[in-house]
Design a binder for this molecule. Structure first.
Ligand code: GAR
Length: 202
């Protein structure tokens, strides 16, 4: 059956665009039923409008407390009745009520080869550490910071003359392959979580 996916972003939305492209090519058996964002100025909103995907704005700045914001976000997600929630550049830490509600049904893309370099500025952390390989990870979301079971990873070489932007751009190209692929695998029911591992049925 066609899955209902909701994509959650905070900004530019190039990973969201990669998902839209894959949906439009028929590469993923799903409908994107909404884009949800915490940022009314997110460029991703224009991408959703162009693709005729409904937009739900849960403006972080409009809530008096983080708890109230989280309640509103959870309500907005529930209203969409999603089979899968995709965090595609969502730049806040999710509260445990949302994570628990969507256990096994929520995935995130992170611009590092986890478990290295969690949190913000992952590409800068990789450069500062002097690693020779960097990359991206798509993982299920649990209550740890970027620590849930890994679905897939793609890597790039770190070049001697890389700066944060050049490395981030090279990783982003791989993100745009990895995230739609992970969404497809989920929507085709090919993923099984076994402890810390995700088995992928071919
Ligand atoms: C991407 O590089 C994504 O991996 C990263 O934010 C960027 C969003 O770009 N996410 C995180 O750092 C989450 N911790 P996009 O809006 O163009 O897809």
């Amino acid at each position: 059956m066609t899955k209902r996916i909701v994509v959650v972003v905070s900004g530019r939305g190039s990973n969201f665009q990669a998902i839209i492209g894959a949906l439009q090519r028929g590469a993923i058996p799903a409908d994107c039923v909404a884009l949800v964002t915490d940022n009314p100025k997110a460029y991703a909103i224009e991408r959703a409008n162009a693709a005729k995907i409904p937009v739900v704005i849960v403006d972080y700045g409009a809530y008096a407390t983080r708890e109230l914001y989280e309640q509103a976000l959870l309500a907005a997600l529930k209203e969409q009745n999603p089979d899968l929630v995709v965090l595609a550049g969502y730049m806040r830490i999710l509260g445990s009520a949302i994570v628990r509600e969507y256990a096994g049904k929520m995935i995130n893309i992170h611009p590092a080869l986890l478990p290295s370099f969690t949190g913000l500025h992952a590409q800068r952390q990789a450069l500062e550490h002097g690693v020779k390989l960097a990359g991206c990870t798509v993982h299920f979301v649990d209550e740890s910071l970027d620590g849930g079971p890994i679905i897939l990873q793609r890597c790039v070489r770190v070049l001697d003359d890389d700066d944060e932007d050049t490395l981030a751009n090279r990783i982003l190209i791989q993100e745009h392959i990895a995230l739609p692929e992970a969404v497809r695998l989920f929507c085709e029911d090919r993923l099984t979580i076994e402890g810390r591992s995700v088995k992928v049925r071919m």
